[in-house]
Each structure stands twice: as structure tokens, then as C-alpha cells.
Ligand binder design. Structure first.
Ligand code: SAH
Length: 387
């Protein structure tokens, strides 16, 4: 049985460096590698895979690298897939969908064929290993081991997904409004801000929608593990769970929470229905005593305290409302925020003209993808507060 694994933490484009930072903070800096395709790898045991799933806020999934090799023909692909250590991963009865095949700049380019050859090669290997007749299909009614094959410049990477549902699903957002931001993107944006370094400062999302930024901010500040209330694929794998006391890892995580912190996190939205939804999600996250919500137009936001942080994902023409309305809102946003000189503001939008209407050039811009939408986080650093 395998005990040490090469592990990949996947992320959407632009977030890899944050995933790497999280892995370093979790103690995996020694084996951490980011390759020339921005893929983030580290090494570890089953316990480390469980911890990465439990703790990573910005990643999409955690996958085991089952094998890497060169293949230019389907015969070569079949033979090299066949040779990988499948019996170590797949007990008899496992369901092992080859869920995804992708080929880029390679001689093998027919993705459905790559998928079916991979499946056939694994089936044949298991039939031989478990002494099953080759003329009958293997029964697959057990735990799911989802497999992926990526071919890039003739180099094949075979991956086994350990997460199951993507990690942005934390189980607190039962419903969402019109244009929610994914939980891991929200966490990434918060980690880009200066707020986590000093989370006693006010945190405000004036276009809070379903409450994602406020909830993720509270979880970051209180050191609440994002995966505590969900399930992972690996929990159903007998050989994996024999080596991990996952209940113990979860209870250790719970004991590290800083629930006693007195935070100042506020969310507001023009739409009363959204405010209700944000409250429901916040209740599901167990943070109802931590975050304050109210219905309010962002144009009415005021504060007489210093040094707060605003994070906002305002509407943009493409998703909600018209472009003209969005531009008008950015202008009013600019006017409303102007007096908050010591506050730092982080606005994520796909609208390239944001700075023009906001009438202020960002201190820094960072390109990210909000789903498929190319977006920017416009970052405005507040003036330093003198102590
Ligand atoms: N980040 C949120 C989604 C934000 S979508 C989430 O994860 O769910 C943009 C939100 O801005 C919508 O909920 C919309 O109701 C709100 N909004 C639009 N105009 C506004 C205004 N003038 N003041 C406050 N909120 C506004």
C-alpha cells in the first residue's frame, strides 16, 4: 500500500500563488512546487491529503498524482496506464469513472478515446489482479474514485480526485442570489487584502448579496476550517481511512478556532431579499452572532471610524442590470467612498472601465477569473493611520 503521495492542489487561473501560500502556512513548504504551467504540487501522506482538503480556502480540489509519463500512441497510453499501481488505489468493487480527459498540443488529441482507453486499461489491470474473468464487466458498486487524464505536449498526468464536490462548497450556502461569487474566490480576495493581518478592523461588504465575503472573512479571522461541515470522497476509501483519524483532525481544527474574537463585520445590500438570504447562510455557517446585516443602498454608507476595509462585488452590465446602470453605480460608489480616506477598498468587477467611472485609479490591479468572466480586483490602499 502506498503511504507517500505526490499531491496536486488545483485552483482557478490566477489563484495558484494563494493556494501555494496556504500550503506553505499549513507546513508543506518543503515539498511545495509550482511548475511552469502554474500547477501546485506538494508531497505527503493520507493525513496531509485530509488536512489539505479540510483547510485549503482558495483551492478547487486536492488530487493524487497516480502517474506521469510520455505517450504518443494509444497503445503506449494503454500500456502505461495499465502499469500504474491501480491495485493500491482501487479495491474490488470500486466505481472508477474516468471523469475527464483533456489533451493540449499533443499527438493524442481525441479526448473521448483517451478516456475510454484509460478506462479499458484500468479494467484489464484490475481483472488480472483480482482474478476476474475478462469477458465480464467489473462490478462497480462501491465508493467512487474519480480519475482524470491530462495530456500536455505528449506528457500524460493521471490524477485521482480526493475531494469529491469542489472545495468551494462549504455547505453553508444553501441558496444563492443572482450572481454569487464562489466561496474560494471570495476567500482569495480577502487573503489579498490587509484585513487578515489585523482582523479587528472593520470589514464591510456594501453589496453583500448572499453574504459570501462576510462569511469567508469571519471564517478566516476565526481560523474556522472551511471543510468542517462537508464530506470528501476520501472518507469512503477504506485503505485511506485506515491511515487517518479524520475525526481527530476535525476536532483538533475545532479546538483551534478563535470564536472569542470580537469582530466588526457588516454586510448590506439594496435588496431586502438578499439580506434575508445572507442571514440564512450566515446562520447555516453558525456565524449569526458575528456578522451584522442590514438593507441599505451603498450610496448611504458612512462611517466615522478609521482604517476599515471594504470588499465589494458590485453588479456589472454583463450579469446584472444594464451597463449604464452599473457605470452610474460606480460613479456614486466613488463619491461615497472618497471621504473614507483611511479605509482600504477592494472592488471586483469584470468591467474594464471601472476606474473611469469610479474616478480613481487603483493602487494595484489583480486579474482573476470569476467563473469564466475575466475580472479585476481594483485595490485602493487607505492612508496610513497614525497611532
Ligand atoms: N458577492 C455577492 C454577490 C454580489 S452581486 C454574493 O456572493 O452573493 C451584486 C449585489 O449588489 C446584488 O445583491 C445587488 O442587490 C446589490 N446592489 C445593486 N445595487 C446596489 C446598491 N446601489 N447598493 C447596495 N447594493 C446594491
Amino acid at each position: 500500500m502506498k503511504t507517500n503521495f505526490k499531491i496536486q492542489a488545483t485552483a482557478s487561473a490566477g489563484l495558484e500563488s494563494l493556494v501555494a501560500r496556504e500550503l506553505r502556512d499549513l507546513g508543506y513548504g518543503d515539498t511545495l512546487k509550482i511548475d511552469d504551467r502554474s500547477r501546485v504540487f506538494f508531497e505527503g501522506e493520507a493525513r496531509d491529503i485530509a488536512l489539505a482538503n479540510l483547510w485549503l480556502r482558495t483551492a478547487d480540489r486536492v488530487k493524487i498524482v497516480v502517474g506521469e509519463f510520455t505517450a504518443k500512441t494509444f497503445d503506449e497510453l494503454f500500456n502505461k496506464i495499465f502499469d500504474l499501481d491501480w491495485p493500491d488505489y482501487l479495491p474490488l468493487g470500486s466505481s472508477f469513472p474516468v471523469a475527464k480527459a483533456k489533451a493540449v498540443k499533443s499527438q493524442l488529441h481525441n479526448e473521448p478515446t483517451i478516456q475510454s482507453i484509460t478506462k479499458k486499461a484500468i479494467v484489464k489491470r484490475l481483472q488480472q489482479y483480482y482474478h476476474r474473468p475478462e469477458n465480464l464487466p467489473l462490478i462497480e458498486n462501491g465508493p467512487v474514485y474519480s480519475i482524470e487524464v491530462l495530456v500536455h505536449k505528449d506528457v500524460v498526468t493521471v490524477l485521482l480526485d480526493t475531494s469529491g464536490e469542489a472545495l468551494f462548497k462549504r455547505a453553508y450556502r444553501m441558496e444563492h442570489g443572482g450572481a454569487p461569487i464562489k466561496e474560494n474566490l471570495a476567500a482569495a480576495i480577502i487573503l489579498l487584502t490587509t484585513w487578515p493581518a489585523n482582523p479587528l478592523r472593520p470589514f464591510v461588504d456594501p453589496t453583500c448579496g448572499s453574504g459570501t465575503f462576510c462569511i469567508e472573512a469571519a471564517m478566516i479571522a476565526m481560523n474556522i476550517a472551511p471543510g468542517l461541515n462537508r464530506e470528501f470522497s476520501f472518507e469512503k476509501w477504506p485503505w485511506f481511512m485506515e491511515n487517518v483519524d479524520f475525526e481527530d483532525l476535525k476536532s483538533q481544527a475545532r479546538s483551534q478556532e478563535k470564536r472569542e474574537l470580537s469582530l466588526n463585520i457588516q454586510g448590506s445590500d439594496i435588496d431586502a431579499k438578499m439580506v434575508e438570504l445572507a442571514k440564512r447562510n450566515t446562520l447555516a455557517a453558525g456565524l449569526e452572532n458575528v456578522i451584522q446585516y442590514k438593507q441599505m443602498r451603498l450610496q448611504d454608507f458612512k462611517s466615522n471610524v478609521a482604517d476599515g476595509v471594504i470588499v465589494s462585488n458590485p453588479p456589472y452590465g454583463e450579469r446584472l442590470g444594464s451597463e449604464e446602470e452599473a457605470h452610474h453605480l460606480y460613479k456614486e460608489m466613488g463619491e461615497t467612498f472618497r471621504s473614507l480616506e483611511t479605509w482600504s477598498k477592494y472592488i471586483i468587477t469584470a468591467d474594464e472601465a471601472f476606474e473611469i467611472y469610479f474616478e480613481n485609479k487603483a493602487t494595484k490591479k489583480r486579474k482573476l477569473y470569476n467563473g469564466a468572466l475575466k475580472s479585476n480586483v481594483y485595490q485602493y490602499f487607505g492612508k496610513r493611520v497614525k497611532n
